[in-house]
Design a protein around this ligand. Structure first.
Ligand code: 3PG
Length: 209
């Protein structure tokens, strides 16, 4: 069995159906967001390498939220990918395809979810033995209609649409059988209570589908 088959990210994401995108400027902020997600019943988070504290936040999250599936997002090269994995990331997400990150993840048997929009990018992902991709930024590149159009040509590929997804359009995306989960930041902003409330709403919706 190929490594890419054995560690299919789809199997991990299908369990949660949601990938909360977490962009924070401090460990304290991360504690609020991750606490809110857990209070709302969602034990998964993508910590984005978009702020200087990302690596520190990853280490903090892995240590202090051991029941959560913690991954790294906005990883754009091999160097960040190695740092993220060393900090304990259990999956890696990129806004586009980083071949370096793909190869490192393959070697280390870590699921890699690269962002794609076009057929050419999906073909590239297939050539790297990647079974699931992030369709990003979903709402800006045709939304569900755009995703269905491009997905039709790739029966072997599954998707995690991200970008502009919220409580109102979530059900429509998740109802498409090629979608294993939806990513987004809509539930990761506000106070811990607000985050918990938005998360609970999203989780309840996924459970009702
Ligand atoms: C991402 O990087 O995945 C996006 O910033 C998430 O998009 P959203 O903020 O529109 O949910």
């Amino acid at each position: 069995m190929k490594i890419a088959e054995k560690f299919r990210i789809a199997d991990k994401f299908r369990k949660y159906r949601l990938v909360p995108v977490v962009v924070v400027n401090s460990v304290q902020e991360a504690e609020t967001v991750l606490g809110g997600l857990c209070d709302g019943g969602l034990a998964i988070a993508e910590i984005c390498f978009r702020t200087p504290c990302a690596e520190e936040v990853l280490r903090f999250a892995v240590k202090n939220f051991p029941k959560m599936l913690i991954g790294a997002g906005t990883v754009i090269n091999g160097e960040q990918c190695i740092r993220a994995i060393q900090a304990g990331a259990k999956f890696i997400v990129s806004p586009g395809i980083s071949e370096e990150a793909a190869l490192i993840c393959m070697q280390k048997a870590i699921p890699y979810l690269p962002g794609v929009v076009t057929s050419t990018e999906i073909i590239k992902a297939i050539s790297l033995e990647i079974p699931t991709v992030k369709f990003f930024p979903a709402e800006n590149v045709g939304g569900l209609k755009g995703l269905k159009a491009v997905a039709a040509a790739f029966p072997q590929m599954t998707f995690v649409p991200t970008g502009g997804i919220n409580q109102d359009n979530l059900a429509a995306y998740l109802s498409f059988d090629k979608v294993v989960a939806c990513g987004g930041s809509w539930m990761t902003k506000g106070t811990r209570e607000e985050i918990a409330r938005k998360t609970r709403l999203a989780v309840t919706l996924t459970e009702s589908l």
